[in-house]
Ligand binder design. Structure first.
Ligand SMILES: Cc1ncc(COP(=O)(O)O)c(C=O)c1O
Length: 381
């Protein structure tokens, strides 16, 4: 019998991630500490320029988190009571939380099982006279079908806000996430492909008047200090985060390439098992014309909770993104949705499992993950 030595394969290994860049990060942080320019400041300005260029967008505006980036984008087009914003129920809470916080109504379109992204064939029927914005999510690092979304939105002058929190560097038909809608929201949460050492976020847009408004909105709505044109937020990016992110931005493409390589290796390893043929495991589909950056590699699996517990015993970290779709969350009960309203999202919540795909993962780790998944299902027979 092939007895494999127990390993530990965590979902993400930030120690390994920081090892190679440790000296550069320390230098960058030291520089900010010496400068004493802690909030916004030159590091943030430089990062904004670099992100705008990276995302093929005219403007980038730093803010305190990805959640705030979504909120600010919605505020920039005066979203409020009476407005509807179309998104999917299968996303991180912030996407929908921001809509509801502004008093607008979320209108859900279900996802496609193969990509976990908006099923755009169902989008047109969700658009009404009240639709203020469409908020597609580039979930797990793959862009939503932006051509269809933009066509429908342009025809009715609807704003498109990309939730690109998980997708910096992803491409749709050769164009980068952040350049595909009216505005885009990015997150620098530590587990993102470009993660800071704390919270942070960024908006991108090609529209100069929106860029100017977003800049004001992140600073309590003041274009000029102490003179307030809008009621905004305190949502500024700090210089320490910007300095760290500037170091990491230089490695982002290399890391994305490793994530893509690791997902290719998984595809190969799984194809050497019976798991795909017998339906125990479905792999995420990378759609043609997309450049997926695999912030997460998410499987659709049978008996997900049993498998997850077994993998935990074997030292393998996994995660459920997301265990309860947003239309069924307690805080949205007043919206009146029922189980069964968005069946694909509900199925995904019951069957999805993210396995480690981070750039520093080695082949032996991946082989171990696939072997242990196969072992779990073999034990069920
Ligand atoms: C799809 C999605 N939207 C929004 C956010 C919010 O970003 P943040 O955690 O930086 O507020 C996240 C990050 O967790 C996310 O994954």
């Amino acid at each position: 019998m092939n007895v494999q030595k127990r390993r530990t394969v965590s979902l993400l290994d930030l120690n390994a991630h920081y090892e190679k860049i440790w000296d550069e990060i320390q230098e960058a942080v030291k520089k900010v500490l010496i400068s004493k320019q802690f909030i916004l400041g030159p590091e943030v300005k430089e990062l904004e320029k670099e992100i705008a260029q990276y995302c093929q967008s005219a403007y980038a505006i730093g803010c305190a988190s990805g959640s705030d980036a979504i909120l600010l984008a919605l505020m920039a087009v005066d979203t409020g009571p009476g407005d509807e914003v179309i998104t999917t129920p299968y996303t991180f809470f912030a996407t929908v939380g921001s809509i509801v916080r502004l008093g607008a109504k979320p209108v859900f379109v279900d996802i496609e099982e193969s990509t976990f992204n908006m099923d755009v064939s169902k989008l047109e029927q969700a658009i009404t006279e009240q639709t203020k914005a469409i908020l597609p999510i580039h979930l797990f690092g793959q862009c939503a079908d932006m051509e269809v979304i933009n066509q429908l939105a342009t025809a009715k002058s609807i704003t498109v806000i990309e939730d690109a929190a998980q997708a910096i560097g992803a491409q749709y038909q050769g164009r980068r996430a952040g350049s595909l809608g009216t505005m885009a929201a990015f997150s620098f949460y530590p587990s993102k492909n470009l993660g800071g050492a704390g919270d942070g976020g960024m908006l991108t847009t090609d529209d100069p008047s929106l860029a100017e408004k977003l800049k004001a909105l992140r600073a309590h709505g003041a274009k000029k200090k102490y003179f307030h044109d809008y009621v905004g937020l305190n949502s500024r990016l700090d210089s320490m985060q910007a300095a760290i992110l500037r170091v990491k931005l230089n490695y982002l493409d290399e890391w994305a390439a490793k994530r893509r390589e690791n997902s290719g290796i998984y595809r190969q390893l799984f194809s050497q098992t019976e798991l795909l043929n017998d339906g125990s495991v479905k792999l995420p589909v990378e759609v043609q014309g997309m450049f997926h950056v695999y912030n997460q590699f998410v499987l659709f699996v049978k008996d997900r909770d049993g498998l997850m517990a077994y993998l935990r015993e074997q030292g393998i970290g996994t995660e459920i993104y997301y265990p309860l779709p947003l239309h069924l969350q307690a805080c949205f009960a007043h919206l009146g949705f029922q189980r069964g309203d968005f069946p694909v999202s509900e199925r995904a919540s019951e069957g999805s499992l993210a396995i480690p795909v981070y750039p520093e993962l080695c082949l032996e780790d991946q082989q171990y993950v696939v072997d242990k998944i196969a072992e779990y299902y073999a034990k069920q027979l």
